[in-house]
Unconditional design. Structure first.
Length: 340
């Protein structure tokens, strides 16, 4: 280790639409919602992460709640800069070496443009990055679940995040064919809000929709081990009064059917684009589901029934991408697919 290496911290970042994760070494040191709360009058950052999320839907007019990421890329540069700075201050409880800088590996969607890459680079440099590398999310997810992306065998990854669904066939350290779809966790929440309004005349917020998705979210109307119905409170659109109803997993499967059908179609399209030799590999190994959307009950069975291929929900799918990004960080000199 050189003298300058002592003042450098190596970190891996999953800069997601819904969550901001940081890995240092082999440990996740930051796992917070990607959200910032501002004071409109002073412009001061009031809270980031979980504290800001607790304010969402409950804030008065002086508090502005911002989600800096949209569809996997930076939508609000100013908010993203403050969020990244605040999140990095959480590393080691805010205790950093004097004058320390960061060497970062950040994962990005496979369909990202050069302008969007530049926005991420600028935010990282302002936050203290001395060296910055980018890695595509499907490759990071494949590494995170233990696949050897450098070998000539093909692997198919379906990463359903907060803003985008990344579908890719990977071989020889690269993406052979892929689809990037702006249908993911936030789309599921919007579907739940829409259908609760349409079918139950009940107005709910994003936090309540997220709770419904977590507690009774399902991709199939018939499950072997169904969850109990969940009691949901909101505002009755007819009377204007608070109201409570019970929501079942069958309701949610109906709500999400249209969005899930779009993901299925994108998977089928990617399979049609796959070279025949790699198709043979995928027929043997199957499809790997990562990201928070992979936790929808019965999603693996639904995709397997459509594609006639074995479909696996990986272990701890929420952190697969950041684990892979962390592995790329530790092998930065070996992996040729990292982008400067």
């Amino acid at each position: 280790m050189g003298f300058l290496d002592f003042f450098r911290e190596d970190i891996a970042i999953d800069l997601g639409t819904a969550n901001f994760l940081v890995m240092q070494g082999d440990k996740v040191v930051v796992d917070e919602p990607a959200i910032v709360a501002y004071s409109r009058s002073s412009g001061k950052v009031l809270a980031i992460g979980r504290k800001a999320m607790q304010m969402e839907g409950k804030a008065h007019e002086d508090i502005r709640i911002v989600r800096p990421m949209k569809d996997g890329v930076i939508a609000d540069f100013h908010a993203a800069e403050h969020m990244m700075k605040g999140m990095l201050q959480l590393i080691n409880g805010g205790k950093r070496k004097m004058g320390a800088s960061f060497r970062m590996v950040v994962c990005v969607p496979s369909g990202i443009t050069e302008v969007e890459k530049r926005a991420i680079r600028d935010s990282a440099v302002i936050s203290g990055a001395r060296e910055l590398y980018l890695v595509h999310e499907p490759i990071a997810a494949a590494i995170g679940i233990g696949l050897d992306v450098e070998e000539p065998n093909g692997h198919m990854i379906v990463d359903i995040g907060g803003g985008t669904t990344e579908i890719a066939v990977i071989a020889l350290s690269g993406i052979v064919c892929d689809q990037s779809l702006k249908v993911a966790g936030e789309s599921f929440n919007a579907d739940i809000v829409h259908y609760m309004r349409k079918h139950h005349n009940l107005l709910i917020g994003q936090s309540t929709a997220e709770r419904i998705k977590l507690e009774v979210g399902a991709a199939l109307p018939e499950l072997q081990d169904p969850p109990d119905d969940v009691a949901i409170k909101g505002r009755d659109l007819l009377t204007g009064l608070p109201k409570q109803i019970h929501v079942s997993y069958m309701d949610v499967a109906f709500f999400l059917d249209r969005s899930l059908s779009k993901i299925e179609e994108a998977v089928m399209k990617t399979l049609e684009m796959t070279p025949p030799e790699l198709s043979a590999d995928i027929h043997q190994t199957g499809i790997y589901l990562t990201g928070g959307g992979a936790l929808l009950r019965g999603l693996d069975k639904r995709i397997s029934a459509r594609t006639k291929l074995p479909t696996h929900v990986v272990e701890d799918p929420l952190r697969a991408v950041v684990r892979g990004t962390g592995t790329a960080m530790r092998n930065i000199d070996r992996f040729q697919f990292l982008m400067r």
